[in-house]
Design a protein around this ligand. Structure first.
Ligand SMILES: O=C(O)CCC(=O)C(=O)O
Ligand SMILES: [Fe+2]
Length: 384
């Protein structure tokens, strides 16, 4: 049995004591940065998930010309071709072995971007699914507010309301084709999705039974080379689609992870964990997860309103954590960098732009402010 990730499964049903649910979610977000939401079919009906996967499969099978006509734009909407994205440029020699399609906002069930004709009749259903994801993220934001004892408890929720203004939220269909026979699958030359952390506040991830590949970084090990020099090697643990206790649920649990924005906003208290998607290695050791065929997943990346100021979160828990970390750094003789001490508080849009600058390596687009923020962020990306 592979050393699988020990991510908690939380049942967020309304019948449960919501204080308790909130505590469980926050504990997982602090410790793992990931948490499974038990799928009872109440928050997101199982049929809606099945439908979304069915549409996604048809979309990626559509003629290339249809997809190319919807190629991804500056606004991060549209189709991203095989190898187009490189999530881990430091390690990867070629871009990710995947295709993706990003959906931004819909208005009255209509996409505000070009849609391949093959799935044009499904627009309203995609919009409905995106709404279900949005509603679930509002509930999760409220629970995180309760668990962090933020005052007011709906502080995060309000920042994520559509009525607050446009955001970077994206519904993304992902397709990982089976590796071609000559494809090297050693994770360095070629990988389905390179190691990365997500950019926004929360990500919802839907996966299919029998389609493994997601792994989380659980830490690093220092290795000594023959010449005495040392290198840090990342340790990886597969994330089962169907963790123990959920085998009889109507659908696999929805996997939630904390993104960099929420980690930054909470001074690093909530953890944004690095993850990646690898090719099947003759099964990953998890019972029932042996599939070497194509892999489909669906992600919903939740972002607050673009103008949200990522200043101090009104929570004693966050404040105590930031102060404790500063004391620890001082005791270790390390420089103390307080992100809240910036002369101008960064907004959600600025945070996202900073990440795009890094993803696409366009440093010429970066301003001094971007670089300053990047240096602050590095501190919070030190996944202690
Ligand atoms: O496909 C997956 O399982 C994960 C995808 C992912 O991490 C991402 O798109 O950010
Ligand atoms: Fe991700």
């Amino acid at each position: 049995m592979a050393n699988t990730a020990k991510i908690p499964v939380v049942d967020i049903s309304d019948e449960r004591n919501q204080q308790e649910v909130a505590r469980e979610l926050v504990d997982a977000a602090i410790k793992h940065g990931f948490v499974y939401i038990k799928n009872t079919g109440k928050d997101i009906p199982v049929e809606a998930i099945d439908e979304a996967f069915e549409i996604s499969k048809r979309l990626f099978k559509a003629p290339l010309s249809e997809k190319q006509a919807c190629s991804i734009q500056q606004n991060n909407r549209g189709w991203s071709a095989m190898h187009y994205e490189t999530l881990d440029p430091a390690t990867q020699r070629v871009g990710d072995y995947k295709e993706a399609f990003n959906f931004g906002d819909f208005v009255d069930g209509k996409a505000q971007q070009p849609i391949p004709p093959t799935i044009a009749p499904d627009e309203a259903r995609i919009s409905y699914f995106r709404d279900l994801c949005y509603n679930l993220t509002l509930k999760l934001n409220t629970l995180l507010g309760i668990g962090l004892e933020v005052d007011p408890f709906d502080f995060f929720t309000r920042a994520h309301l559509r009525s607050a203004g446009p955001s970077g939220s994206i519904l993304r269909f992902l397709y990982y084709p089976p590796p071609a026979p000559d494809t090297p699958t050693d994770n360095h030359a070629n990988i389905r999705a390179g190691a990365h952390s997500d950019y926004g506040s929360l990500t919802l991830l839907f996966r299919l039974r029998g389609q493994p590949g997601l792994e989380i970084c659980t830490g690093t090990t220092t290795m000594t080379n023959p010449d005495g020099t040392t290198i840090e090697v990342q340790n990886w643990a597969p994330v089962p689609v169907v963790p123990p206790g959920t085998e009889n649920d109507p659908a696999p649990p929805i996997l939630i992870n904390i993104g960099d924005l929420l980690s930054y906003w909470t001074g690093g208290l909530l953890r944004s964990t690095v993850h990646r998607v690898v090719f099947p290695k003759g099964g990953n050791g998890i019972e029932g997860e042996q599939d070497a065929g194509p892999r489909y997943s669906i992600a919903y990346f939740c972002h607050p309103y673009g103008g949200t100021k990522l200043g101090v979160v009104p929570s004693e828990k966050v404040k105590e954590y930031v102060e404790r970390k500063e004391r620890d750094q001082t005791a270790k003789g390390l420089a103390v960098v307080n992100p809240y001490a910036e002369r101008k508080v960064m907004t959600a849009d600025e945070h996202l732009r900073m990440r795009y600058v890094r993803l696409f390596g366009k440093d010429d687009a970066a301003t001094d402010d971007d670089r300053l923020r990047a240096s602050y962020l590095q501190l919070y990306e030190a996944k202690a």
